[in-house]
Design a protein around this ligand. Structure first.
Ligand code: NAD
Ligand code: LMR
Length: 330
């Protein structure tokens, strides 16, 4: 058996960071063979072809086949997983939402090509920004593919939040669990530690001992640090995150495919009205993956303080949805 993975933007930075790890078995484990389809625009084909040559030179035992194309029908043919990375990254001083006009038009045609060509059980992970609303556009265009098979990446935010919490508590990051990202993959996102644990102990108790006024620390330090980490990376390294984004993409797709068990994680998935998020929006929630499907974890009722922050991010998703409607993209 083998799994077919289509990667858009395969000639770009994140593409380069993803391909070799997928070929090495970091996505589905050491038993599952992989067929890669690299979809680019003509300007990116050379870089994707170069990556394909290097994949060959890696002599990866799990890699069955690599195809490079600029034709979406060929690119998505038989795809079990579509990783939609290909899109422009933002530069300094921009918000991710500023990319909507430039990137939004990529995702409708790709959604249609997925519906027409991908495997019946295709799962789509959107990484290109603004990821939530691009996923909404792709899902709306993919006639016949349930919206539940589309998700957008907020795992990078969750990983950032876990790492910041671990640093604040001087604890190993592996012991930090249960952090939730709510809303949009943007500066309005709400990283929520209300149900987080550190070595099995409530993170809020551990934080109270360390920082005193936990709410002041969350509002003044933790939340802005996590929510603006993408901008911090851009400022420090001169371009947007690459290896950490690829790593989070692997975490997300691996969990979706292999399951999370009882562990909670975060992903932007279609709302059916859970937690008061308007149905149809692709919003980040606490989720588990069971039998290849994301399930929103219910019963994590937010406090009024948390509710206000979730509502702010969801309001931005509504604005983005209305903007792409006005542009005729959905
Ligand atoms: P990059 O510019 O290095 O690569 C993008 C690639 O996409 C280019 O090779 C380009 O030719 C290709 N491309 C553009 N339009 C395409 C199309 N229609 N079909 C196929 N390929 C296409 O950018 P990058 O650093 O790899 O980032 C890619 C995207 O990921 C950006 O939008 C960035 O903001 C986003 N990103 C998201 C997260 C997240 O957590 N969701 C994290 C990091 C980056
Ligand atoms: C990130 O979170 O690092 C990416 O979404 C890139 C960006 O524009 O911040």
């Amino acid at each position: 058996m083998s799994t077919t993975v289509t990667l858009t933007g395969a000639g770009g930075q994140i593409g380069y960071a993803l391909l070799f790890r997928i070929a090495a078995g970091d996505l589905f484990g050491p038993e599952e063979r992989v067929r890669l389809r690299l979809l680019e625009i003509p300007a990116g084909i050379g870089a994707a072809e170069g990556a394909a040559l290097e994949l060959q030179d890696g002599a990866f035992g799990l890699l069955e086949h690599v195809e490079v194309t600029d034709d979406p029908a060929v690119g998505f043919d038989g795809a079990d997983h579509a990783l939609l990375v290909g899109a422009r990254p933002r530069g300094p001083g921009m918000e991710r939402g500023d990319l909507l006009a430039a990137n939004g038009s990529i995702f409708g045609p790709q959604g249609r090509a997925i519906a027409a060509n991908a495997a019946p059980g295709v799962r789509v992970t959107v990484v290109g920004n603004p990821a939530n609303t691009n996923a909404l556009i792709a899902a709306a265009a993919a006639d016949g593919v349930p919206a539940t098979r589309f998700s957008a990446l907020t795992r990078l935010d969750e990983n950032r939040a876990r790492a910041q919490l671990a640093a604040a508590l001087d604890a190993p990051v592996a012991e930090v669990d249960g952090v939730t990202i709510w809303g949009n993959h943007s500066a309005t996102q709400f990283p929520d530690v209300a149900h987080a644990t550190v070595a099995g102990r409530p993170a809020l108790d551990a934080l109270a001992e360390r920082v005193g006024d936990v709410t002041a620390w969350l509002d003044g330090s933790f939340i802005p640090r996590v929510a603006k980490r993408g901008a911090e990376i851009i400022q420090v390294r001169g371009s947007s995150s690459v290896a950490s984004a690829a790593n989070a993409t692997l975490d997300h797709v691996r969990d979706w495919t292999l399951g999370t068990g009882e562990r909670r994680t975060s992903a932007a998935v279609v709302s059916h009205g859970e937690y008061g998020v308007p149905a149809g929006l692709i919003s980040s929630f606490p989720v588990r993956a069971v039998d290849g499907a994301w399930q929103i974890v219910e019963g994590q009722e937010p406090s009024p303080w948390a509710r206000e922050r979730i509502d702010r991010s969801v309001a931005e998703l509504v604005e983005e949805r209305d903007a792409v409607r006005a542009l005729g993209l959905i």
